[in-house]
Design a protein around this ligand. Sequence first.
Ligand code: ADP
Ligand code: F6P
Length: 322
Amino acid sequence: MLKIAVLTSGGDAPGMNAAIRAVVRSGIDKGMGVMGVKLGYYGLINGIFIPMGPRDVGGIIQRGGTILGSARCPDFVKEEGQLKGIRALRQEGIDALVVIGGNGSQSGAYAIHKHGFPVVGVASTIDNDLYGSEMTIGVDTALNIALEAIDRLKVTASSHQRAFLIEVMGRNCGYLALASAIAGGAEAVVIPEKEIDPEDVAETLRVAYEHGKSHAIIVVAEGATYNAQKLVAFFEKHKERLGFAVRATILGHVQRGGSPGAFDRILASRLGNKAVNCIAKKEYGVLVGLSKGEVKTTPLEEVVKNKKKIDLNLFELARVLD
Ligand code: ADP
Ligand code: F6P
């Protein structure tokens, strides 16, 4: 009987539990034995395995976070850690591993693949910065959480005729900022892929007021050079000249903690199921992701060697519609 293991790694994302559930139940459906690895690569290095049956993943599809736990594990970036993890897998009698996670986690999966151990990745991060998947598990839910916050800020911004900065997550990627700016009808958006002069942000606000807007919302990606903290400092310094100040809200981890929406539950179920099908076909060293709405695989080598590009047409769209 084939024995597989599944782990979640890096920043948790709403829908990871639905992906674990899909891996466990699809594996069992195919007659495989399934183990869970607790705490991502930390648990792998330290051999923390738990058996997973169909009932162990009951009632988790609607839960945010990950029942297996996740971790950032610097030791796994080193070859010594990777070999220790692979030894633990072999000792446990595991034939193949499923890694649910983002960019860093898939780099770890690629390292495992290069060491000759069968592995399949599942695209999951709220950042949507993973090459090989147009949408990753967790993005849609995080986006809706950011949107709810923007809608609420707009209400108070209008009442007080104020400008609000809202910083959303995205370490190196502006997708969440751009998408929430468009969906939230923001006046301006600041992303790492298209750096902007703070004077331009100030000008956008000035024009917005001139056009009679009662509020202004600027969505900022945390990874932008001018993040919320730096923009607030800029506006504070120049408030006499500009004639207004801004308030900032940093959403932070609130965005990651939601209950997954339908899109993420379905995406996670499809990707988790496909990962098991890949193992059954001995298609290893690949990432399972979404392309033009279809589930597809991309070699992990390609995934780690390429950077996903953001669609800058969306940036233009945000500008036209502000
Ligand atoms: P995410 O997967 O969400 O992008 P991280 O970038 O923090 O999150 O990566 C998660 C974990 O993946 C890291 O803590 C580390 O254990 C592992 N990892 C990251 N980069 C590499 C790498 N180049 N080689 C091996 N493992 C890596
Ligand atoms: O990768 C997901 C993410 O939420 C990024 O958007 C953010 O920069 C980072 O994780 C935060 O990491 P941590 O949870 O370790 O603070």
